[in-house]
Design a protein around this ligand. Structure first.
Ligand SMILES: O=c1[nH]c(=O)n([C@H]2C[C@H](O)[C@@H](COP(=O)(O)O)O2)cc1CO
Length: 144
């Protein structure tokens, strides 16, 4: 299973340690195409030659190839919102958005309002529930 993980980079890195935990968990279910989201530099990766254009084109190709998309959406990020919008337009792409209400933020209506309970899910969770939430999501894929 190819998993495309989305998390904020230039949108802000305050959840970086949580992204690490999520990616570690995701390894139990498949290969994670976007490990570089864990990069420590807020401005993004050192980057492939070709700069932002190359990052965009490479990521969209990975998004196409992926079986599922898992996004941590608590830290608002233009890039993550864009990836989710593109994924929503890809037929039969399963998308899980993870949001922590304890952040005190309100998730964009354009993400929460896109949830259809089937192909695109938004799950409100707390960090202690992470493993159980992922387990439920990936088990539900097997039963499809
Ligand atoms: O260097 C990068 N590499 C990269 O793959 N991305 C992608 C993956 C992340 O899920 C998302 C983060 O977007 P943003 O940087 O706008 O927060 O965009 C974003 C950047 C920097 O914008």
């Amino acid at each position: 299973m190819k998993i495309y993980f989305c998390g904020s980079i230039r949108g802000g890195r305050s959840d970086q340690q949580l992204y690490q935990r999520i990616v570690n968990e995701l390894h139990r279910y498949g290969s994670v195409l976007t490990e570089h989201v864990l990069c420590s530099d807020w401005s993004g990766e050192e980057g492939p030659a070709g700069g932002d254009r190359a990052i965009h084109d490479r990521d969209l190709a990975w998004l196409q190839q992926s079986d599922v998309v898992v996004a941590e959406v608590t830290q608002p990020s233009l890039g993550v919102g864009y990836e989710l919008g593109r994924a929503a337009d890809m037929k039969e792409k399963k998308v899980l958005c993870l949001f922590r209400p304890s952040s005190g933020r309100a998730l964009s209506a354009m993400i929460r309002g896109a949830a259809d309970g089937r192909r695109l899910l938004v799950v409100d969770y707390s960090e202690e529930q992470l493993e159980a939430v992922l387990d439920r999501f990936f088990s539900s894929l097997q039963s499809v």
